[in-house]
Write a new protein. Structure first.
Length: 242
């Protein structure tokens, strides 16, 4: 299988088994992920066809890569964070996300800010959250805008990546969000092009590991810095793939 060029089968099976266990408790995920992955598949095939790589990927490999990219969140996934060009400003996240997590640093900045914060903030896990959500009290439904846009929390900036608590991220597929679909499309394309390169040149994997060892972001880095560092790695990787 193509993914085994980059990931051990044991790791892949663990991810798939964890997802299967999750669907037992949340059976609605099965239909949601089916719809989501069909949307992703169409985009990925179109991109691979345009680049002349579609014939290099077997159908079963394409299906596995898309499923893996949809359900597995890795630190490197932050490469696709903060991409406003992926967002169509529909307001879905503002109306439906919960909890809206606020870091300790953000809370302190809000407390000392002159900006009026309408929403009540209360302690949550290692940080805080808006007491009311779905929709967020700062979302203006008529205009689909946020009245604290420039001061919005990182969790809002990073969506569809979700911030669970300090420096811990996750992702849940959402067919209602254009950004979420494009986010997984880019992840899948990166997985495919990297695996094809390794299959063509086994030494490329060693070069990739060296690159990551030198540049991988530190845990204490804030979201903006982590995203910049992962994008630097992605740019270097793209240069290696050319």
């Amino acid at each position: 299988m193509l993914l085994e060029e980059l990931h051990k089968r044991e790791y892949l099976d663990t991810i798939f088994n964890q997802y299967e266990e999750l669907t037992k408790d949340q059976p609605e995920l099965t239909s949601e992920i089916f719809i989501f992955e069909r949307m992703v598949s169409k985009r990925v095939k179109k991109i691979l066809k345009k680049s002349g790589q579609l014939d290099d990927v077997e159908r079963k490999d394409l299906k596995e890569v898309i499923h893996f990219s949809s359900i597995a969140f890795t630190e490197g996934s932050l490469v696709a964070a903060l991409r406003l060009d992926y967002c169509n400003r529909c307001g879905w996240c503002c109306e439906n996300c919960s909890p809206i997590y606020i870091t300790k640093k953000e809370y302190e900045e809000y407390e000392s800010s002159d900006k009026v914060m309408i929403a009540e903030i209360k302690p949550f896990e290692e940080g805080y959250k808006f007491a009311e959500d779905r929709p967020c009290e700062h979302f203006i439904r008529k205009t689909k805008k946020c009245d604290i846009y420039n001061e919005r929390p990182d969790v809002c900036k990073a969506f569809p990546i979700l911030i669970k608590n300090e420096n811990e991220y996750l992702f849940r597929p959402n067919q209602n969000c254009k950004y979420a679909v494009e986010f997984v499309v880019q992840k899948a394309i990166t997985e495919i092009t990297t695996c094809l390169k390794i299959r063509e040149d086994p030494n490329f994997l060693k070069d990739l590991e060296k690159l990551l060892d030198k540049q991988i972001p530190a845990k204490e880095d804030n979201l903006d810095d982590r995203v910049k560092k992962w994008n630097k790695i992605a740019d270097d990787l793209d240069g290696s793939l050319d």
